[in-house]
Design a protein around this ligand. Structure first.
Ligand code: SMO
Length: 691
């Protein structure tokens, strides 16, 4: 994994990408999983016919795995850790797509034929007890006198991360030294290594995990999957290499999904328009098994409220339950979008009912720069920022006042035109990350990071950080990441933390090298740093969307989006903008077209890209991005998160714009995706009298 993309190269498609599926090892075998076609049933598996099929070298079922279970999930929600999940269904299946058997054969077609010959008999299960209920609460402050209380409910469809390369892994068992080399498109190589070692009960030093080019991950590749562990188990049993690549349909069935929560809330304001109280209640679906970060969306949603606003009294509850569906996990934003959407919908509703301009209502309640660092009612500390400036900068670029005048004119002519505003915060990770910077006597520098890359171009930005400190050209720097044999231990590339924490580690290590060089140290000069951020950095911003709806067809057009974002210190403006735009596209997808659907029996109705729409280039509206740079001391680099912002503010602004366009209609339960059918149905309902 030693490669540097120069900034100018990033515009080119060079054909040099190496994804997991590109890997061809001598004697490599191929795995295909047999999956459940029923959401909840007892099963009886007959392998006899499959074993007779040509090319089959191994069949793994639950019985072969004995007591092996997934490692415990992240203890953010401690009660969850009592519920560990099996790798393969044994006596019962719990969701459509659950892996039951792994068939390994000499080529993938033979493996598929043998998998098709596995007989699974399903029989009804007796009624099962209610899922246990996992809960998080934040109560703070005392209730105050309110003049107006508004409330909304919202239910989000689940959505699916759509990486260029679906999940893919290769497990190679090295018989000579009884070690495992595991290639997988992961966001967190060190954690993957530790978990594989734990499950296989081998020394961590005997496991090497390599993430080659990943091609998008979005949270769905942060945690290892049952399939990964079974593949490693099979490779050890065979003393060989086994490859598995998920098909796109398998991704829909069994990759982790995002969102899916139902939530409701109430916001109270007093006569002067100050927020005095917020109540919120979230209900998150866990699906049928627990990936490592299963608790993160719930935890984030409840801790991030009330977002960038001053609210003296909050009563926030969040709960999660198991369901007979694919697991949910972190998905770009991971709870932040749910918090922003609830708050921003409530504010727009309050503004409408109190007849206050929604921007003015926000400006009155946004936490001011001179109040930073700000302790929130959920116990978080907002590090730094000028939230009112972000909103006013967005308004200025949008031409907000003039746009409202134009909107009134178009409405007067019968147009359905909306303007939606949303402010958001994006906490970007706590804890540590590591870096190693090596200066060789030929002037070449190697930067190794415990964070990795999945297509965001960290190879470039990591090099730029060291280049600046050392005063050299970035072309003399190679970046090593995504391979536990060469990169130092790390947490990984997730939670918008790579630049703030991983980048800070690189900066610190480069500073050590520089100091050693000045002190006359001998080559190679090596600095190892494990950097812990002083506090969490919170990026933030404001999004304004203009949206119109065709009254006859319900087709919505996002006319434009103006977005002010503070990502702190930006290392590569082009890469940061790419992340913001990518996040915007993903947020727009959730808002306008994406939805995983299960029927009442738990069958997946959206099993392919023919049934599940994702945004194309032509779906992107004109976008203007304004960068704000309010310094932060949260980390030594002064960077804040950037990767998830587009999924946080954009959907909320779009929903507010749609509700504004439909101001004559009842929209308190309007739900994503805002397809033409959804909007057309609203237009068929009776008009309501404005407050
Ligand atoms: S949803 Mo992210 O990869 O923490």
């Amino acid at each position: 994994m030693q490669r540097l993309f120069r900034t100018e190269d990033a515009r080119l498609i060079t054909g040099q990408g190496r994804f997991v599926h590109n890997l061809a090892l001598p004697g490599m075998r191929f795995g295909v999983f047999v999956r459940s076609s029923v959401a909840s049933a007892l099963i009886d598996v007959d392998l006899w016919a499959a074993k007779q099929m040509p090319g089959v070298v191994q069949i793994v079922s639950a019985a072969d795995l004995g007591a092996l279970r997934l490692p415990k999930p992240n203890p953010l929600l401690p009660e969850l850790t009592a519920h560990v999940s099996p790798f393969l269904a044994g006596d019962e299946v719990r969701y459509v797509g659950e892996p039951i058997v792994l068939v390994v054969a000499s080529d993938v077609a033979l493996a598929q034929q043998a998998a098709d010959a596995v007989q699974v008999r399903y029989s009804p299960k007796a009624d099962e007890p209610e899922s246990p209920h996992f809960e998080v609460r934040h109560h703070s402050g005392t209730p105050q006198k309110a003049d107006l209380t508004v409330s909304i409910t919202h239910r989000q469809p689940r959505v699916q991360a759509m990486s260029m390369e679906p999940r893919a892994s290769v497990a190679r068992w090295n018989a000579d030294d009884q070690s495992l080399t595991f290639w997988t498109g992961t966001q967190a190589v060190a954690r993957a290594r530790d978990m594989l070692a734990e499950v296989l009960t081998i020394d961590v030093a005997k496991v090497r995990v390599i993430a080659p080019d990943v091609g998008g991950a979005f949270g769905a590749k942060a945690s290892l999957y049952p399939e990964d562990f079974v593949l490693a188990f099979a490779a050890r049993a065979l003393q060989a290499s086994v490859q598995w690549t998920s098909t796109r349909s398998e991704e829909f069935l069994s990759a982790t999904q995002g969102r899916g929560a139902a939530f409701s809330g109430a916001l109270s304001i007093n006569a002067s328009g100050e927020f005095v109280g917020l109540e919120a209640d979230f209900d998150f679906p866990l699906g049928a098994w627990l990936p490592f970060s299963a608790a993160v969306p719930l935890r984030n949603a409840v801790r991030i409220l009330p977002g960038p606003y001053r609210v003296p009294h909050v009563k926030i509850t969040g709960a999660a339950k198991f369901t007979h569906e694919a697991a949910t996990n972190i998905y770009r934003g991971a709870g932040r979008p749910e918090a922003a959407l609830l708050m921003e919908r409530l504010i727009d509703d309050a503004a409408r009912q109190a007849r206050i301009d929604p921007v003015a209502l926000r400006q009155k309640n946004l936490i001011r720069r001179d109040e930073m660092p700000f302790k929130t009612p959920t116990g978080e500390t907002l590090d730094a920022g000028d939230y009112p400036l972000a909103l006013s900068a967005a308004c200025e670029a949008f031409g907000y006042a003039a746009a409202r005048v134009d909107q009134a004119t178009r409405r007067g002519a019968g147009g359905l035109v909306g303007i939606g505003v949303a402010c958001y915060v994006e906490p970007c990770g706590q804890g540590w990350e590591s870096a190693r910077v090596t200066l060789l006597d030929n002037g070449q520098v190697e930067v190794a990071s415990g964070s990795s890359a999945q297509g965001q171009g960290h190879e470039t930005s990591f090099a730029l950080i060291a280049a600046e400190v050392l005063g050299i050209d970035a072309s003399r720097i190679t970046v090593v990441h995504g391979d536990t044999a060469f990169a130092p231990d790390g947490i990984g590339a997730l939670a918008s933390r790579s630049m703030a924490i991983g980048g800070s580690a690189i900066r610190e290590a480069a500073l050590h090298v520089k100091a050693a060089l000045a002190a006359g140290a001998s080559y190679p000069i090596i600095a190892n740093v494990k950097y812990t951020a002083r506090m969490e950095a919170w990026s933030y911003g404001a999004v304004i969307a203009a949206l119109s709806i065709d009254a006859d067809t319900g087709v919505a057009t996002i006319e434009r989006i103006v977005w002010a974002d503070d990502a702190g210190r930006i290392i590569s403006p082009m890469l940061a903008k790419g992340q913001l735009l990518g996040g915007l596209a993903q947020g727009l997808g959730q808002a306008m077209m994406e939805a995983i659907r299960y029927d009442a029996t738990g069958q997946l109705e959206t099993g392919s890209l023919m049934d599940y729409a994702i945004p194309r280039a032509t779906d992107m509206p004109p976008v203007e991005i304004i960068s704000i740079h309010e310094p932060t001391n949260a980390n030594t680099l002064g960077a804040k998160g950037v990767g998830e912002a587009g999924c946080i503010g954009v959907p909320a602004a779009i929903l507010n714009a749609a509700c504004d366009a439909l101001t004559d209609f009842e929209t308190s339960t309007l739900t994503f995706p805002l397809t033409s059918e959804t909007l057309w149905r609203v237009l068929q309902t009776p008009k309501v009298t404005p407050p």
